[in-house]
Design a protein around this ligand. Structure first.
Ligand code: GLU
Length: 301
């Protein structure tokens, strides 16, 4: 359906504009940038602005300015998901015609009463797609996604409830689901490897299933350790993690590189972001990145 064969490495950073970049999102930006640039690849930026209620006015511009301040210069034009509805609809149309998705009227409450996870109740009910959610139909998938290989974290096994989960691809309120948009865009942009935070590792199985239904080549995956304040507490835009400093970026960039297992030598650390990133690009080695799902940040006062 959507086959694109790529020889060149194409990576991306795909922030949601739900707030300014914090230390954790900068880790994903720097990690994906270096993984691409160290392989002479392309690094694209995509603003994932498909969830207006969670958006903060001005966040997209702020994120892009922050990337520039840190010397993280992207290739090509920035893609905005809010401009991509036509492509999402076209794919939904194809999936619907092939019976690869269906409308579901189950509420969260109903699912909770049925044991906490959706079990395909609406699959054969032929509900109208109007005012209902759309779910992917995984019964038609040839090879179920039970596990995948992460280039950093190793073999990731999906739990049984995930393997058969007909997950939502369009929400009842009409918004496109992250799992749908991310896969369609990564295919369209020819992304060969997805490098992102380990908080998204649990979405990867679903995304791989979608690639398979769309007949597209699955990219490789690298899930970087998540910066946490205490075990299980990630820094996030929602919990108002502090925005990284745009005016004096070098100290934070050095911290991000140390976090990613690439401490910068003193003589380079005294230069600027461009020089530091160039050194990091030349010395980047995925093997030196900690193979951990999360890393606790030291408390600073
Ligand atoms: N937009 C997502 C976020 O900011 C990241 C999506 C991805 O990298 O797949 O959490």
């Amino acid at each position: 359906m959507l086959l694109k064969e790529n020889k060149q490495y194409i990576g991306r950073f795909a922030p949601s504009p739900s707030g300014p970049l914090h230390f954790g999102s900068l880790v994903a930006a720097v990690g994906s940038y270096l993984q691409a640039k160290s392989q002479h690849g392309i690094w694209q930026v995509r603003i994932e602005d498909i969830d207006p209620p969670r958006e903060i006015a001005g966040a997209s511009e702020d994120i892009l300015q922050t990337l520039q301040a840190y010397g993280l210069l992207w290739d090509g034009d920035v893609i905005y998901q809010h401009q991509r509805s036509q492509d999402y609809e076209a794919i939904l149309d194809v999936l619907t015609k092939q019976n690869l998705c269906y409308a579901c009227s189950c509420t969260r409450k109903m699912i909770k009463q049925q044991g906490g996870f959706y079990q395909g109740q609406c699959r054969d009910k032929q509900h109208s797609p109007v005012a209902n959610a759309l779910r992917i139909n995984l019964t038609s998938i040839r090879y179920k996604t039970t596990h995948f290989k992460d280039k950093l974290q190793g073999l990731i096994e999906l739990d049984a409830t995930q393997v058969d989960d007909d997950f939502i691809i369009k929400r009842k309120d009409g918004l496109y689901a992250y799992n749908l948009a991310v896969v369609i865009d990564d295919i369209e942009q020819g992304v060969t490897e997805v490098v992102r935070g380990a908080d998204l590792i649990s979405t990867t199985g679903k995304q791989i299933s979608l690639y398979q239904l769309l007949g597209a080549k699955v990219p490789s995956y690298v899930h970087l350790p998540l910066a946490v304040t205490a075990p299980g507490f990630k820094l996030s835009k929602q919990n108002h993690a502090t925005a990284v400093d745009k005016k004096n970026p070098v100290p934070t960039l050095l911290k991000v590189l140390a976090f990613l297992g690439h401490p910068v030598p003193k003589n380079i650390a005294q230069t600027n972001c461009a020089e530091i990133l160039l050194w990091a690009q030349q010395h980047w080695c995925l093997n030196n990145v900690p193979k951990q799902l999360e890393i606790q940040l030291p408390v600073t006062h």
